[in-house]
Design a protein around this ligand. Structure first.
Ligand SMILES: [Zn+2]
Length: 334
């Protein structure tokens, strides 16, 4: 069976050789001409698509921010954090991703978290640009589900800069009532220490315009929000922290929000917490539970602060020694 292909193969070889010879002087000229090309120093647009059953999922990057995690992680020591980062070859301060996820169910376009807009420094706030890059317009978003009301998750509800406006004018905003009750309370803000008031101000500036426009619809605990997407209470990191479970045709994706901040540290030891946890004990409990469930279930998780696109699976290490992160295999969707 191989014989008929031989003449073709030799023809290809001859023609490639001919092309190579013909191009040789041109190639060296091109090489010389581009040697002084300017360095670009920017990334490609930050979106990544995958299919989940009949749903199309687009991870959208809001950017990255360098964080001093040795000062922020708790229930560990800076030396232990240092050692874990060295093992994972992660530079310090840790360049931390801020990811959001767009789910097209076929009938609804649902955005889960919105990035920071201008509330968390100049390296974040790219969500709108990276939402438009794969062809969406903010007016098309039907629903927005928030994991919790920290600035890097709700900031993008409003456009940044002077004259800030609602960024998603046709969307209904869904948040667990425990989070809106906590973060939209003036009394709670007044009672907070000076360095904690900014969290409330960011949450109020982002969500109150939706309240005023009659677009906020809270929920309590586990609720089906649209067919195929439901909330699940994982309260602890904040009073109403929720994850979102997306299911289509037997495939499952769980969007974790802030159940994970530093993969290199917390998969090894899920008991590691962070200063931003409202209720440290409850947050640690939810993390331990979520990692074990993901390892057992084998489903995909999408994580706000794992290296973009933050999509992968969790595997339990042998001997009960924590977990490993298995990023999804890159797909061109062809
Ligand atoms: Zn966060």
């Amino acid at each position: 069976m191989s014989r008929p292909f031989q003449p073709l193969q030799s023809a290809i070889r001859v023609s490639l050789l001919g092309t190579a010879l013909a191009l040789a002087p041109v190639t060296s000229m091109v090489g010389a001409a581009f040697a002084a090309a300017p360095m670009v120093k920017t990334q490609a647009p930050g979106f990544y698509r995958m299919m989940l059953g009949d749903f199309e999922v687009t991870a959208i990057s809001d950017g990255t921010v360098k964080l001093p995690m040795k000062d922020l992680l708790t229930n560990t020591t800076p030396a232990k954090v240092d050692a874990a980062l060295k093992r994972a070859a992660i530079a310090y301060p840790i360049e931390t991703a801020v990811n959001a996820y767009l789910i097209n169910t076929g009938s609804k376009l649902v955005l889960i978290d919105t990035g920071a807009a201008g509330l968390f420094g100049p390296t974040l706030g790219n969500l709108l640009t990276n939402l438009k890059a794969p062809g969406y317009q903010p007016e098309q978003i039907d629903e927005i589900y928030i994991t919790h009301m920290h600035a890097d998750h709700v900031g993008g509800l409003m456009t940044s800069g002077a004259g800030a406006a609602i960024a998603f004018p046709n969307a209904t905003l869904r948040i667990d009532k425990a989070d809106t009750d906590y973060w939209l309370s003036e009394a709670n803000m007044n009672a907070a220490p000076a360095d904690g008031k900014g969290f409330f101000q960011g949450a109020m500036a982002s969500v109150n315009p939706y309240v005023a426009a009659g677009k906020l619809k809270t929920f309590e605990g586990g609720v089906e929000l649209v067919p195929g997407i439901r909330s699940q209470a994982t309260h602890g990191h904040t009073a109403g922290h929720s994850v979102y479970i997306v299911e289509s045709k037997g495939e499952k994706l769980v969007l974790w929000g802030d159940l994970m901040h530093v993969a290199a540290v917390q998969f090894e030891n899920p008991a590691v917490t962070i200063k931003f946890d409202s209720d440290v004990k409850a947050a640690a409990k939810e993390r331990v539970k979520a990692y074990a469930d993901a390892a057992k279930g084998g489903y995909i998780v999408g994580v706000s602060h794992i290296s973009f696109p933050g999509l992968g699976r969790v595997r339990a290490n042998a001997g009960g020694k924590g977990y490993s992160w298995i990023p999804v295999n890159y797909s061109s969707l062809k």
